[in-house]
Design a protein around this ligand. Structure first.
Ligand code: HPA
Length: 246
């Protein structure tokens, strides 16, 4: 079986998928953290792997950058491969001074400048939220490890290179960080969970975005490659702790 973007058979992909933006990151995660990883997708070099972690079947697949891209991959994972838990493992930029480089941010909600939710024809704006179950597990894991983290809203933007510093307005609404995917991920999970027509899958689909803060739009700082790697490992431990419980 193959969808337009994923060439895997049913059963090749676990019910829990970790989702970095970068497909090469997916390869490294699979080879570093999973036992017996098997590659299930190479279409467009959007690598996906399935292996086990503490005996639990877990997959990891790249999403590409932006809501258009993560929207495609997560739709296919949910609707064609029966994926039920989607955990984005990404990076974000800090937009408030309280958020420090290297911190972990967990997206309780995702706000956006995207029109991704127009497709649902809602007469208003949708509050895209994380699965409380996944979020709670991630918080407990980070606390147990003693990793610094923040929980709150993130700003999912369509535009990396903006002419005006529009992130400041989102910071004034309490958004902690800026990234480019989570709003679409949360929309896809909500729609699949709750739509009564063919948009729904008839059961709950859980989603969570976890990020390491890679740069600060407030201070202009960015992480070194080495810092990024260490901080990334903390986030991975949290994501894998959660995946192993599902
Ligand atoms: N902007 C958008 N997405 C990001 C950033 C940023 O500064 N940093 C990491 N992901």
């Amino acid at each position: 079986m193959s969808t337009p973007h994923i060439a895997a058979n049913p059963g090749d992909i676990a019910q829990t998928v970790l989702l970095p933006g970068d497909p090469l990151r997916a390869k490294v995660v699979a080879e570093t953290f999973l036992e017996n990883p098997v590659c299930f997708n190479t279409i467009r070099n959007m690598f996906g792997y399935t292996g086990t972690y503490n005996g639990k079947k877990v997959s990891v697949m790249g999403t590409g950058m932006g809501m258009a891209s993560i929207g495609i991959y997560t739709h296919e994972l949910i609707h064609f491969y029966d994926v039920r838990n989607l955990i984005r493992i990404g990076s974000c930029g800090a937009i408030t001074p309280e958020v420090k480089i290297g911190d972990i941010i967990m997206a309780q909600g995702a706000s956006t400048d995207s029109n991704y939710a127009y497709q649902y024809e809602l007469q208003g704006s949708f509050a895209a939220i994380a699965s409380f179950d996944l979020l709670r597990r991630a918080v407990l894991s980070a606390e147990a490890h003693g990793f610094p983290f923040d929980v709150g809203n993130v700003f999912s933007t369509d535009i990396f290179y903006k002419e005006k510093p529009l992130w400041k307005d989102w910071a004034q609404m309490g958004c902690l960080g800026v990234e480019m995917e989570t709003f679409a991920l949360y929309c896809n999970a909500a729609r699949a969970s709750y739509a009564s027509g063919n948009g729904g899958v008839g059961h709950e689909v859980k989603a969570l975005g976890i990020f390491t803060v890679s740069d600060s739009l407030v201070t202009g700082e960015a992480t070194s490659a080495e810092e990024r790697q260490n901080n990334f490992i903390n986030m991975m431990e949290v994501a894998l702790d959660v995946a192993a419980q599902l």
